[in-house]
Design a protein around this ligand. Structure first.
Ligand code: ADP
Ligand code: MG
Ligand code: MG
Length: 893
């Protein structure tokens, strides 16, 4: 252990770049302190201390003394002592990990209050009610988060107190009521926790610090980290911050604000404010907040100062910030800031706005958006012209169009979604217990809470559609129903549609239409057009930055002319993978059957001859659609049985015919062939290049179709750029045999047509042996395309079709994978093979062309990896092309 290691930092000692050590909240509190903004003094206990605690079950020995030293200094600065009877210093103990985890971790306010110091606080503030209100909040929060008492019990006691007094809001309880409530709360603690509420302020603080450490491993925190792919070993920091009070009467209050609208990106005054309230009252929706703009008339001085600070913060962080603040008797205090979460659309708009303001450059703008956000913007939206019944409108909290059956609790949401139902989770408001249900749901609808409510914040983080605060909807979670204006009742299971971009709520299923971003990519909307919205313009600009800087080319996986044309509109620079199996299906299946059943060369040639012109036409269309751009055609890959009838079905057919004494010679032969071709592990059996080598004439027919199509296109003054790709090669000998035959066919076609053909020949690298012997294989291949789907299966030794359903969930839960290796390339294993094959291939043939086809080609993180190992291109499905272009740009910027 490092001897000089320091476990506690004063707010004046840290800065925003120390997030690993001080957590996001602590690092930004320090940054604001150093900017000279009004932050209540305090200190941060590092994530290192937390890690020691979590690893060893005990705090590091030095921690206690360091905390004492920092507390002493804080007490001196404030001129009060923690919990001192006549003039108490109170603090909050706040969690704060590197990544913000909204609502996940626990914070305790008003630490230092006791039966004695509550009197001192009352004296000091000249407000007895305030002191007792603070005390009951402490016991409540401390009881719940530190001592593990069921929070409902306190809520119920509070409700009882209000009911007894016939009032509805907590501010109507006076000092006497609150005194009684404190007594009641203490009884609850004693009964539930088996101990008295601690009267020693230091003990309160120490227990709270430990509770924050422990909350890192709470179930909800773990779930959230898995969802967001946040590592489990970071630990959380703990911030001890002197209290300021928003509950000191009408000239006090608390609020949250954004420097820009997190949904649209527009500059302006966005936030919520609540007078005479403390801490989380705003977020929890306890009482109705007012829009931040109203603060101007409530407290002009604080409002102006806040606007000033928000500008300072935006210019300093050069990004949208969100803020928590409190006003204590007209004095403004900053309690938190961070670079704020935003919707996907806002991310694009804000990035270009900041470029226009000269705050960031184009390279930085690319880092402010990502492929996942772009993919989100490409989701369809509701058709506004559809004749459906709008029944309510809430706040557009997180965009998207979601349709599903209404459910009113998290448990049902999870249960129904597991059985394949789409559900909309409807709640009055959500809390961290609803997380499972929010994950399971298509969308979330609440009747209370603003843009900063739990539902809104969490949904935005998850990229889930959310409408919140739809106040005219009466949600009755107990009876599992919702009443809409006019009295109609939505029962559990009724279909509703919610639009997170407009906040509109509809009964029934609303049809969806393509997003404007897709319309733009499709070329049906131009960024320069008058009606093009800001979003399309922003996407257009960002894509232009990405295209300008990226080194990776982006191709499409497309099997037919229609997909190819769409891919081209989306910016594809060729086809990286044209599968040919569909050219053997449909009506053509009969020829494949004949090919397989052929007893003589003549019968086989017959079948191949029938297929040739059909496939040639397919290629002509494809080369035309991709004229001037490379088209990599993969020769037949899947096991043959995929083209034959199902074995059971065939057996039944044969048995029936036998029973009826009908002729069935053909069926019988087919059945025998199916039996003969049956394999235990077809994916490791007769497929790929092996097919080409054991079925005479199969690959040469395909090569001939490609060559003849290319010749025809050249004669038509086209520019076909076909590349012939041999799948599943394990050794160079296989490739040599296929190449020799292919070259012969190409020479024949040249002779027959008189057209000179330049057809590249290469291979997929999708078996470990091919990767390991890539140097040899490159002797015979003009290009490699890494087939990372099969390579992942063969390197790990598991079949994608089977394992995703069987043990992947367990692996993800146990943290063996952070993410499925089929989704994001496994850099250390599969990626290492790619890297060495790239080097070996280039060593043999310096001008070898290198690409990747397979799902990873459209996965953001994998695209960065392929950029880094020096591939020439990635190939992905047409719809992912913009994402790959953007990420290739981000990787290069
Ligand atoms: P979270 O991470 O859940 O936002 P915080 O630590 O920010 O938790 O605290 C919860 C609430 O308590 C916030 O509204 C915050 O502004 C308020 N709060 C935290 N510390 C103090 C303090 N020292 N004085 C007044 N309010 C505080
Ligand atoms: Mg906070
Ligand atoms: Mg493959």
């Amino acid at each position: 252990e490092n001897k000089d290691q320091k476990f506690v930092y004063d707010f004046t000692e840290g800065n925003k770049d120390l997030k690993d050590l001080l957590g996001g909240k602590g690092a930004n509190l320090a940054e604001m302190t150093n900017l000279g903004l009004p932050v209540p003094p305090g200190f941060t206990i590092t994530t290192e201390a937390c890690k020691v605690y979590l690893d060893s079950g005990d705090e590091p020995v030095e921690l206690r003394d360091e905390v004492t030293a920092h507390l002493d200094a804080l007490e001196k600065k404030m001129g009060k002592k923690l919990g001192q009877a006549d003039n108490p210093l109170l603090v909050s103990v706040r969690s704060g990990a590197k990544f913000s985890m909204p609502g996940m971790m626990d914070t305790v306010l008003n630490i230092g209050l006791s039966d004695k110091s509550v009197e001192g606080l009352a004296q000091q503030a000249g407000d007895e009610r305030f002191a007792w209100d603070s005390y009951r909040r402490l016991i409540q929060m401390f009881g719940k988060t530190v001592l593990g008492v069921d929070g409902e019990l306190f809520e119920e006691a509070l409700e009882e107190a209000k009911a007894a007094k016939k009032v509805t809001v907590d501010t109507d309880l006076d000092a006497g009521d609150l005194k009684k409530l404190v007594k009641h709360f203490k009884k609850i603690v004693k009964a539930e926790a088996g101990r008295d509420f601690p009267q020693d302020p230091r003990e309160q603080m120490d227990l709270a610090i430990k509770a924050v450490f422990d909350s890192w491993n709470g179930e909800r925190a773990k779930l959230y980290r898995r969802q967001e792919r946040i590592p489990h070993d970071l630990g959380t920091a703990v911030n001890v911050c002197s209290m300021v009070f928003g509950n000191l009467g009408p000239d006090s209050g608390t609020g949250v604000a954004f420097t820009r609208d997190p949904a649209s990106g527009h500059q302006g005054v966005y936030g919520d404010y609540l007078q005479n309230a403390q801490g989380e009252d705003v977020v929890a929706g306890i009482r109705n907040t007012v829009p931040l703009a109203d603060l101007e008339s409530i407290d002009k001085k604080s409002y102006d100062q806040l606007m000033q600070i928000m500008e300072t913060l935006e210019n300093h962080y050069k990004d949208l910030c969100d803020i928590e603040f409190t006003i204590e008797r007209g004095q403004l205090w900053m309690l938190q800031t961070r670079v704020g979460k935003r919707t996907a659309g806002a991310a694009f708009r804000i990035a270009t706005q900041l470029v226009d303001q000269g705050l960031i450059d184009e390279a930085e703008a690319l880092q402010r958006v990502n492929g996942a956000q772009l993919a989100q913007l490409m989701f369809p939206r509701f058709d506004e012209k559809a004749a459906v019944e709008q029944v309510g409108r809430g706040i557009a909290a997180s965009p998207g169009a979601a349709v599903g059956k209404a459910v009113f609790d998290s448990y049902t949401a999870v249960k129904w979604s597991r059985s394949g139902e789409k559900v909309i989770l409807i709640r009055r408001e959500t809390n961290p217990d609803d997380l499972d249900g929010m994950i399971a749901a298509e969308g979330i609808l609440t009747s209370r809470g603003g843009k900063t409510s739990h539902a809104a914040v969490v949904a935005r983080g998850m990229g889930k559609t959310c409408v919140c605060g739809a106040e005219e909807l009466e949600v009755d979670t107990k009876r599992r129903r919702m009443t809409v204006p006019g009295g109609h009742v939505v029962e559990e299971g009724d279909v509703v549609s919610i639009d997170g971009s407009t906040g509109k709520v509809y009964l029934g299923e609303v049809p969806v239409v393509p997003s404007p971003v897709v319309e733009y990519f499709e070329g049906r909307m131009h960024a320069g057009a008058d009606d093009a919205d800001e979003l399309v313009q922003a996407v257009h600009r960002i894509m232009a930055y990405a295209d300008r800087v990226r080194r990776l080319r982006v191709r499409a996986n497309a099997d037919n002319a229609e997909d190819a044309s769409r891919a081209r509109r989306f910016g594809a620079q060729g086809i990286g993978l044209c599968r040919t199996e569909h050219m053997f299906l449909g009506d053509r299946r009969q020829y494949v059957e004949r090919l397989i059943l052929a007893d003589t060369d003549a019968e086989r040639d017959e079948a191949l001859k029938a297929l040739l012109p059909l496939q040639k036409d397919d290629f002509v269309e494809l080369f035309e659609a991709m004229d001037g751009l490379p088209v990599t055609v993969r020769l037949l890959d899947p096991p043959l049985h995929e083209f034959l009838p199902d074995i059971t079905e065939l057996s039944v057919r044969v048995a029936l015919a036998e029973a009826r004494k009908e002729p069935h010679e053909n069926e019988l032969r087919l059945l025998q062939a199916v039996h003969r071709l049956h394999e235990q592990n077809p994916m490791l059996g007769l497929r790929g290049v092996r097919l080409g080598l054991v079925i005479p004439g199969l690959f040469t027919m395909q090569v001939r179709a490609i060559a003849e199509a290319a010749a025809q296109r050249i004669e038509a003054k086209g520019d076909p750029r076909a590349e012939i790709m041999i799948p599943l090669v394990g050794t160079v000998q296989e490739l040599e045999l296929v190449r020799d035959e292919a070259e012969q066919v190409i020479a024949e076609v040249q002779a027959e047509t008189g057209v000179e053909l330049k057809l590249a020949l290469g291979t997929m690298i999708e078996l470990p042996r091919a990767a390991v012997t890539a140097g040899q294989i490159a002797e015979c291949a003009e290009f490699f395309s890494f087939g990372t789907n099969d390579l992942t299966q063969t390197v790990w030794g598991f079949s994608r079709d089977d394992v995703e359903a069987s043990f992947f969930t367990a692996y993800l839960e146990k943290g063996i994978f952070g993410v499925s290796p089929f989704e994001t390339i496994d850099k250390d294993g599969v990626g290492a093979l790619v890297r060495s094959a790239v080097e070996a291939g280039r060593a043999t043939r310096p001008d070898i062309k290198l690409g990747v086809c397979g799902e990873h080609g459209g996965d953001p993180e994998s695209v960065h990896f392929f950029h880094e190992v020096g591939l020439d291109y990635v190939s992905c499905s047409p719809f992912r092309i913009p994402v790959a272009r953007l990420e290739a740009g981000r990787a290069a910027a």
